[in-house]
Design a protein around this ligand. Sequence first.
Ligand SMILES: O=P(O)(O)OC[C@H]1O[C@@H](O)[C@H](O)[C@@H](O)[C@@H]1O
Length: 451
Amino acid sequence: MSAITNLVILGATGDLTSRLLLPGLGTLLAQRTDRRVTLIGSSQTADDSWSSTVAEAFDSVGADGPAVDHVLETTTYVQCDVTKKDDMAELLGSLDGATCLYFALPPSVTMKSLDVLAELDLPQDLLLALEKPIGTDFESAQELNLLASRLVSEQHIFRVDHFLGMPAVLNFLGMRFANRILEPLLNRDNVESIEIVFDETLGLEGRAGFYDPTGATRDMIQSHLLQVMGLMMMDPPARFDHVELPALTAHILRATRIWGDDPGRSIVRGRYTAGTVGGVDLPDYTAEEGVDPDNGTETFVQVTLEVDTWRWSGVPVTLRSGKAIGNPRQEIVVRFRQPPHIYPQFPNDGNVPENVLRLEFEQDQVLLELNMGGPFDSRGMTRVTAQTDTAAPELSAYGSVLRGILDGDPTMSVRGDAAEEGWRITGEILDAFADGSVPLREYEAGSSGPV
Ligand SMILES: O=P(O)(O)OC[C@H]1O[C@@H](O)[C@H](O)[C@@H](O)[C@@H]1O
């Protein structure tokens, strides 16, 4: 696919655009000084402040250079209703060159817009970038995928999950496939358990309209943590490309099910009560403006899964995410089994602690816990943590996603069937909530989650 010339953000006045997309674009263009992209912001309402929104966002990440200046000088704003045929025809008609329509919109609006696009003659090399969530359940995800596939080929659909652009994920790929010492150990013979944890200090942040009907399971497990899991547990690809990686990720998700027979033991569901997080007082979740307590929305979820394949069967994989958590962890943790042979001369009759590999999600830090010394060492057994010391990544997670989009390279895009599998697994968790197998537990804001 050819590189993108026109980036059209649909839903340009939304929070996602100013908070994440534009700063991400800034970090990318500051690095790609030779890129010339035409940025068009579009939304249903008029907006006189688009140019200053773009400038402020670029400024917030200190982005400068010729590629950044080009965008600042040429960016335009178009008022357009994406669900109206004439509006979309006019918008597309005004563009010359390979175009990406970035749908920073709720899935219901995206679907209506895709329906409208089906009636138009679309330009060649049109790329559709679709923000999560892809649909609101398994069936609507299928429907949305079908609508998109009628317009362009799968290679021209980029389903965005910015967690796939986070340092932990990129580091894990490099550590696995550019070294000899890790990949042979990543299987049920050597791995005791895996955890993928993304807890946050943030509470609702005034997002009740989105969050209350959504909850932690749909918000964080459905795409982010499951896609990360699929990518990190995939079999080694023969090539690093848009065919192999998405296919291997989907293969893992297809093999995933809730651990054991009793969801009440494999899933924990929680909701925060009033408390203090990092010096900030948070009210009870149910007392937040716009929240309907009857929704029973969970602000915390932890689920243990099994990836039932030859390589991973029997290894518990725990995904966890909670809001209003004190001292939050945001990491991928691979816990290895103890050595197969026990030496009584080692402390604790040879029961040495297991090795643990930790990759921090948003920082470029990898930690490996090892045992050293032992019976003949005057210090005895020493637990050490080897830690990487690399520079912070130049691109934000959204910058990384946008690089794939602007290069027309969907390697790190979520493939349609993988998005559907995310909803299948999420549906099984939500069914267990609905049938009463998993009680909603309360935890104090600022605590480490439900006990
Ligand atoms: O830390 P980041 O990059 O903002 O990602 C976490 C966020 O990811 C978003 O997709 C979720 O909707 C938010 O609830 C969450 O806070």
